[in-house]
Design a protein around this ligand. Structure first.
Ligand SMILES: [Fe+2]
Length: 345
């Protein structure tokens, strides 16, 4: 299998290719380097088969959706990924074909809920779960240091010691490591209990990356800042959340809420379906179409999407437009359907 690192910078993009089938996968492509990736693929004569984002990135714009648009190759992400443009949703233990090669998926959450690692040909692409002599931060929305410790010690450290570790980032000039090296001498994990790790990660005191909302919001929603004014972090943090069972109870109550589904049209009628009676207003159209909700002013509104991330943005926007009783469906249609609540297609 051909293997290349394409950026030679702090953000890593990897190319994997089956040399017999002339088929390639890109892992974590950057938006600003798409031309370079297409040139490399053309130079080697590989057809792009899969575009894999190891997680929803907060520090740079992903090039996955645009590359998919240009090449027709599907974007592969974990089923918890909020983006509307994922062609193949994967879960722990799934396997992806690349010509005659197989890529194995491990769900390794903690940095984000949608973090995956990819095992292929003696290598493991760890995203921002396990870094070389470090680990990815676990303090963003949805981060979970305990889950990250479990993923590293239970799943990644179960791989053969000789497996080469290839993270999504390296800030300190490290080039290579193996699972064996990390087991022996990862300064955050080696010799530390789960509780000790949670405590350590809680007290890192890292500043938020510069421009986090400018990268994160478009990566989550595939809506960019030119199309929409995104809410601030404190507006997002102020959004009230409802679990699927809480929403189901309110829907049976005397004042059932108005449901606003902010996914794309193909998701509304897709695999996860939608809740009966929900009004479809894709997030990108919400600001200009908010007038359609005027007749419901004064009623309770609940914003809904795939995993509850885009709808949190929607709920904050509606609150900013003066709607007072706004909630978000926590976990979105994914948790709703996992809870076996009724859906329509
Ligand atoms: Fe990350």
């Amino acid at each position: 299998m051909l293997f290349l690192e394409l950026n030679h910078a702090k953000c890593k993009t990897y190319l994997l290719a089956s040399e017999t089938a002339r088929k390639a996968a890109l892992i974590d492509p950057l938006k600003e380097r798409i031309d370079r990736y297409l040139a490399v693929l053309a130079y080697h004569g590989y057809r792009l088969e899969k575009i894999i984002d190891t997680h929803t990135h907060a520090d740079h714009r992903s090039g996955a959706a645009e590359l998919s648009d240009l090449t027709g190759a599907p974007v592969v992400m974990h089923r918890r990924a909020p983006s509307p443009h994922v062609g193949i949703h994967v879960g722990d233990g799934d396997s992806l074909a690349l010509g005659d090669e197989r890529l194995r998926v491990l769900h390794t959450p903690g940095h984000t809920p949608d973090s995956i690692s990819i095992v292929a040909d003696g290598r493991v692409f760890t995203g921002d779960c396990l870094l070389i002599h470090g680990t990815g931060r676990a303090d963003f929305a949805g981060g979970d240091a305990g889950a990250q410790y479990d993923a590293i010690t239970g799943k990644l450290f179960a791989l053969p010691d000789a497996t080469i570790v290839l993270p999504a980032h390296d800030y300190r000039g490290h080039t290579q490591s193996t699972i064996g090296d990390e087991k022996r001498s990862n300064p955050r994990v080696t010799g530390r209990s789960r509780e000790g790790y949670i405590e350590l990660m809680k007290n890192l005191g890292l500043p938020l990356p510069e421009g986090i909302q400018e990268a994160l919001q478009p990566n989550q929603s595939e809506v960019d800042a030119a199309q929409m004014k995104f809410p601030t972090l404190s507006q997002l943090n102020g959004v009230r959340q409802l679990s699927p069972s809480e929403l189901a109870a309110r829907m049976k109550g005397p004042n059932p809420p108005v449901l606003i589904d902010v996914r794309e049209r193909d998701e509304f009628t897709g695999e996860l379906g939608h809740i009966a009676g929900a009004i479809l207003i894709p997030l990108r159209e919400l600001t200009e179409r908010a007038g359609e909700l005027e007749p419901h002013r004064g009623r309770d509104l609940v914003a809904i999407c795939r995993v509850g991330v885009r709808s949190t943005t929607a709920a904050a926007i509606l609150t900013g437009l003066g709607f007072e009783q706004v909630w978000n469906l926590k976990g979105g249609m994914l948790d709703w359907s996992d809870a076996r609540m009724p859906i329509e297609h």
